[in-house]
Ligand binder design. Sequence first.
Ligand code: SF4
Length: 124
Amino acid sequence: MDIQLTRKYNVAGPRYTSYPTVPYWDNSPSVEDWYKLVKDTFLATNDKEGISLYIHLPFCESLCTYCGCNTRITVNHAVEVPYIDTVLKEWEMYLKQFPGKPRIKEIHLGGGTPTFSVVKISKN
Ligand code: SF4
């Protein structure tokens, strides 16, 4: 075991069990307000520490009894490519909103099961 790698990643991280996150469930912002929030957050963090990205990958092959996530249960792996294409389009949309080049500090993959695609690969 690589102890330095363990120390590097053994830190508290945000807990994402829903997307959009709870504060936006009842009071969804307008598109303009959302873009403003994105820009303001970018300006407040990008140059100082970099931005954090959360990529929601919602698919699971079976439902865990304790699941509280925004997940989609399926064994149909044909959903992967269209979903990832849509995520990439969303990223392009954000890139147009950012007033500068993003410095990505961290990426969180949530779900769902981020290895959903790997499961498919390993079965073939
Ligand atoms: S999101 Fe996590 S807890 Fe929920 S069904 Fe998938 S693997 Fe289980």
